[in-house]
Design a protein around this ligand. Structure first.
Ligand SMILES: O=c1[nH]c(=O)c2[nH]c(=O)[nH]c2[nH]1
Length: 267
């Protein structure tokens, strides 16, 4: 063979699900968008056109609804683990099941990756960006006091999932992000750059949740420029730190993964 399939998986994506748990008058709802991705132990479906082992993506979609009905839905991680284990138990020729946030390899341990997205935060003070590299390409002035606004995306992976409370971990991550921006109510927290705010938040998250292996974060730097009102003397003030123009594009994009060193040493 001249060519090799170096990776393969297939499944159903964007499986929308709303689950209502009814405890008398208390109704708890969870809305998910699930993706299932199975890897089979042979490539005959691809290479020979032999479909006999294919668990149809339609069947995978049905499985999402049937397991939700039978076992309920607590949080994304538990539901994904339930589905991943189901696919490996039900079909011996499935070697790997990835369910949106969980990957489970036959004879391996579950790899859980959780995340949050679109958490919008903004600081009106205690944010600066100064002393950056200056050369013939630099035009940005030092900014001692700027608006810092971003929409946070974060993903974190677990080294172990024994005794993990996924809901609590999610709340801890969210709080660490909010605290990392706002700081204490009387003084706030100083941000010399997006990069350092991100690092300090990631460190806080790893300090707090010992079962985590690493945290990835992405923060676009949504720029807001002070509107130039200097040509309007009747406005009465040379400085304007009240009226800003939100700049949609382009935005800075800062990304980093912080991992435990002791874990990296094991790799
Ligand atoms: O926090 C920042 N980091 C940068 O790397 C950068 N670059 C830039 O133009 N503004 C900012 N702000």
């Amino acid at each position: 063979m001249v060519y090799a399939i170096t990776e393969r998986e297939y499944g159903k994506s964007l499986v929308k699900l709303l689950h209502v748990k009814r405890d008398g008058l208390v109704h708890t709802i969870k809305e998910f968008e699930v993706a299932t991705k199975l890897k089979l132990n042979s490539e005959k479906d691809y290479i020979e056109g032999n479909n006999e082992d294919i668990v149809a993506t339609d069947s995978q979609k049905n499985t999402v609804y049937l397991l939700a009905k039978r076992f309920g839905v607590s949080n994304p991680e538990r539901f994904a683990l339930l589905l991943a284990r189901h696919f490996l138990n039900q079909y011996s020729h499935v070697v790997r099941a990835k369910i949106e946030v969980v990957t489970l390899v036959r004879n391996g341990t579950a790899q859980v990756e959780s995340g949050l997205n679109k958490l919008q935060v903004l600081k009106t003070t205690q944010s600066a960006f100064v002393n950056f590299y200056r050369d013939e390409f630099a035009s940005l002035p030092d900014m001692e006091d700027r608006i810092f606004s971003t929409v946070v995306k974060a993903n974190w992976t677990y080294d172990t999932i024994a005794n993990v409370n996924f809901d609590q971990a999610f709340e801890k991550v969210k709080l660490a992000i909010l605290r990392g921006f706002a700081g204490c109510p009387d003084r706030g927290v100083y941000s010399p750059s997006v990069q350092q705010s991100m690092y300090l938040i990631q460190k806080d998250i790893l300090d707090q949740i010992r079962q985590l292996r690493d945290v990835y974060m992405q923060m676009p730097n949504k720029h807001y420029f002070s509107v130039d009102l200097s040509k309007f003397p009747r406005v009465g003030s040379k400085t304007n730190d009240e009226v800003f123009l939100p700049v949609d594009k382009p935005s800075g994009m800062i990304e980093a993964t912080l991992a435990r060193n002791d874990f990296r040493a094991k790799m």
